[in-house]
Design a protein around this ligand. Structure first.
Ligand code: FES
Length: 72
């Protein structure tokens, strides 16, 4: 298993685990913990982190990895 992983939660955020560095578009570093959740629904008031809003707005995003999936 990789030392760093990203798990896509059903109808929820990206769960990032491991040692990572995260920066904004200007190159400024965020303070991150060993495990944190990134908003995938666009509704968080604490972006880029998930604040639980996805469950209040009924976000649906339950993608599964399939062989045809390719990075952009
Ligand atoms: S995924 Fe949780 S607030 Fe957007």
């Amino acid at each position: 298993m990789a030392e760093t992983s990203i798990m896509i939660a059903d109808n929820g955020p990206y769960i990032v685990k491991g040692s990572v560095e995260m920066r904004d578009a200007d190159g400024n570093a965020y303070t991150v913990h060993e495990t944190f959740a990134l908003c995938r629904c666009g509704g968080s008031t604490n972006k880029p982190y998930c604040d639980g809003t996805h469950s209040k707005i009924g976000f649906e995003g339950a993608e599964r990895a399939v062989a045809e999936s390719k990075p952009a």
